[in-house]
Design a protein around this ligand. Structure first.
Ligand code: G3P
Ligand code: CA
Length: 260
């Protein structure tokens, strides 16, 4: 089994449950990550947003509408922006029923709860910071919470990623021990310049080539890609030597790995 090898030096490709494995269970919940692990995920990818009272929660969208019952609980608060709600209010929401009645009562986790719930497992966490004008201090807060979690998590099972590369450079200076991945596709000729603070590139699989993977590896960077559960695509990406594949269906990826 690969233990959060996204952040170490495994030869095996990491099975990364995108948003915690969003085809199996409500995305960005602890239930999703637990199920993903049971189905072969090595790493859970989670998204981080900040509430009105500066608490960090696991949530993809900038609004609560799609993945909670906020419209029923707070009908007059349209457009239900995360940044307009306090954590106490968000704790009243159900983040599971929209997906299936089986997940009724699943809450919106805080980052701290996600870290706590998974700390005794073998899973790694790839934490995406969702930057928004309403939360300019989100990186500082993520850095502080990850510092608190360092004793339990060590330096090899957590990584942070974002589309905002400049913010990630600053984050690196705050917490140099935490590996940083950039979302997007830096031009190959910029990789050496980024290598000072970047440990991984996370880019869409369409357009990814074996040559790009080789160039990133030459700079000491990991390559993560996805999102897919299609066996032919997974095999192609593995033939390039990628380090991790993001999927909403970790069992499918685990099965492809088993058959190789
Ligand atoms: O593929 C990386 C992914 O996590 C970024 O997209 O929208 O699912 O957060 P999104
Ligand atoms: Ca994400």
């Amino acid at each position: 089994a690969v233990t959060a090898a996204a952040f170490t030096s495994s030869r095996e490709v990491d099975n990364i449950a995108h948003r915690g494995g969003s085809a199996l269970a409500p995305e960005n919940t602890i239930a999703a990550c637990a199920l993903a692990m049971a189905q072969g995920a090595d790493v859970c990818e989670f998204d981080i947003q900040q509430t009105k009272d500066h608490q960090l929660i696991l949530m993809h969208d900038q609004t609560l509408a799609r993945t909670t019952n906020v419209e029923q609980v707070f009908p007059r608060r349209s457009p239900w922006r995360v940044s307009d709600f306090t954590l106490a209010e968000i704790r009243r929401l159900d983040a599971g029923s929209w997906f299936s009645p089986r997940f009724r009562g699943e809450g919106v986790p805080t980052l701290a709860q996600g870290l706590q719930a998974m700390s005794h497992s073998k899973v790694g966490l790839l934490l995406e910071v969702k930057h928004a004008p309403s939360s300019p201090d989100i990186d500082k807060r993520v850095a502080a919470e990850l510092q608190e979690a360092r004793t339990e998590w060590g330096d090899e099972r957590l990584a942070v990623q974002a589309f905002d590369w400049r913010a990630m450079r600053t984050f690196h200076h705050m917490r140099p021990h935490i590996p940083i991945s950039l979302l997007g596709k830096p031009p190959a000729d910029r990789l050496s310049e980024l290598a000072g603070y970047v440990k991984g590139i996370n880019l869409p699989h369409a357009g990814l080539t074996a040559e790009y993977v080789k160039k990133a590896h030459k700079q000491g960077m990991k390559v993560y890609t996805g999102t897919t559960h299609k066996p032919a695509v997974i095999r192609r990406l593995m033939s390039y030597g990628v380090d991790g594949i993001m999927t909403n269906r970790p069992r499918r990826l685990a099965n492809v790995k088993l058959r190789l």
